[in-house]
Design a protein around this ligand. Sequence first.
Ligand SMILES: Cc1cc2nc3c(=O)[nH]c(=O)nc-3n(C[C@H](O)[C@H](O)[C@H](O)COP(=O)(O)O)c2cc1C
Length: 176
Amino acid sequence: MSSKAHAVGDPGPGSPGGLPNVDARQYRRTCAQFATGVTVVTTVDSDGHPHGLTVNSFSSVSLDPPLVLVSIDLRNAILGHFITSSAFAINVLGEDQEELSRRFSSTAENRFLGLDWTANASGVPLLSGVLAQLECAVVQTFEAGDHTVLIGEVRRARCEAGQPLVFFNSGYRQLK
Ligand SMILES: Cc1cc2nc3c(=O)[nH]c(=O)nc-3n(C[C@H](O)[C@H](O)[C@H](O)COP(=O)(O)O)c2cc1C
């Protein structure tokens, strides 16, 4: 075996990070062991129609300036509205709002039908009765793999006392 040869499982030359590729199923299973909250991220299109989807990729990025990110699948039907809009909101769900999470992770056309919500100054829908809410201006969007990362600067933040809805190991949980 020459010094250039690779053992079984070794990356070939040019493999990013010098590591072999992870198995896709194992990657998903492993990420699922990271417990997250559940949010509904909302925006408005140029005709004033509200849009939203369930997201657990929310993360705070920076304190000064206050920046957050969400990552949206390129195949998502409403992604275009987030890219063209200059604003979005993150609605953090409470433990009794699993139904809202299911509604906004469905492919239903009008996910806002019969819901209690108001529009902020930019027209972005703010869901009523959520645990926390961040109103953001879009400052950057970029593609990363099969998702678009949306960076928002937080312009307003409010929170209520209460318990969060938790997503862990592909299921909804409550803090006990
Ligand atoms: C708990 C949970 C978290 C989710 N997080 C994300 C996410 O971070 N990014 C994303 O693109 N989709 C996420 N989804 C999937 C979207 O909510 C779903 O694909 C979308 O609402 C489908 O509708 P559309 O393609 O018609 O917009 C999540 C779903 C669930 C149930």
